[in-house]
Design a protein around this ligand. Structure first.
Ligand SMILES: C[S@@+](CC[C@H](N)C(=O)[O-])C[C@H]1O[C@@H](n2cnc3c(N)ncnc32)[C@H](O)[C@@H]1O
Length: 237
């Protein structure tokens, strides 16, 4: 495909993701990332699995003792599932952004409702590509599901360029079994209510970070029946 066409497709897909998370996606994920009873079995499982990922990041941050006086960037913050507890634990500062204005606004509303120190928290609508600045720690959880492998690797490089010390990312890992299930699913296409979802090869993600002078220091896999997410912490070598 011609590079121009590739770029157009990328922009179109991004606009679809943005549109989804401003409307039906906002409604769905706002409920998943809450304690609402208005969720089905699959959504409840995603909530449980995602909470495991968030809890693990909080645990890594807590045990590292790099929290107060530390600047965090929460890239693709959603409704603030990570930013809010980080702020409550005493993080130095947090810049949280999301491509969806609705998600970023809900994160801010939740932070105010929780009585957090808003002087240390900044929420804005921005896509990952537009984030600028320099942060001790950059976190990007469960956003790469919207990026195919080459774009995800480029994004890892961009996030590395914003990171002074620690980069924490999570993504749905590629496994032959998941690929097979996805393939079978595509034999029976139904009216899709969601966006396209990509699984990623971990080796490519690690290689992209290494190319920027980062090394993998720990990793884990968080699972629930309908949730599967590889979590990796990279450090500047
Ligand atoms: C599954 S949610 C995860 C939210 C949050 N990171 C968390 O773990 O709670 C995915 C989020 O990524 C955001 N997103 C998708 N593509 C994005 C992009 N290109 N730039 C910034 N945010 C994006 C969506 O709007 C959505 O809020």
């Amino acid at each position: 495909m011609a590079p121009e066409q590739l770029l157009n497709n990328k922009q179109t897909e991004k606009q679809e993701v943005k549109g989804y998370f401003e409307t039906t996606g906002f409604d769905r994920w706002n409920r998943i990332y809450s304690d609402s009873d208005d969720v089905n079995k699959v959504q409840r499982n995603i909530r449980i699995g995602h909470q495991k990922t968030v809890d693990e990041v909080l645990d890594w941050v807590k045990t590292s003792n790099e929290l107060t006086n530390v600047s965090f960037c929460d890239a693709g913050c959603g409704v603030g599932s990570l930013s809010l507890p980080l702020a409550a634990m005493g993080a130095g500062s947090i810049q949280a952004s999301d491509i969806s204005d609705a998600m970023a606004k809900e994160a801010e509303r939740r932070a105010r409702d929780a009585g957090l120190n808003m002087a240390k928290l900044n929420f804005s609508a921005s896509d990952l590509e537009s984030i600028r600045g320099s942060f001790h720690t950059v976190c990007c959880l469960d956003v790469f599901i919207h990026y195919p492998q080459p774009a995800a690797e480029e994004m890892v490089k961009h996030l590395c360029s914003l990171t002074e010390e620690r980069l924490i990312v999570s993504f749905a890992p590629y496994t032959p079994l998941l690929a097979l299930l996805k393939g079978i699913g595509q034999l029976f296409p139904g009216p899709s209510k969601t966006t396209r979802a990509y699984t990623l090869k971990e080796a490519g993600i690690v290689k992209a970070a290494e190319a920027c002078g980062f090394k993998l220091v720990r990793r884990s896999l968080n699972q629930a029946p309908f949730y599967f997410s590889r979590l990796i912490e990279f450090r500047k070598a």
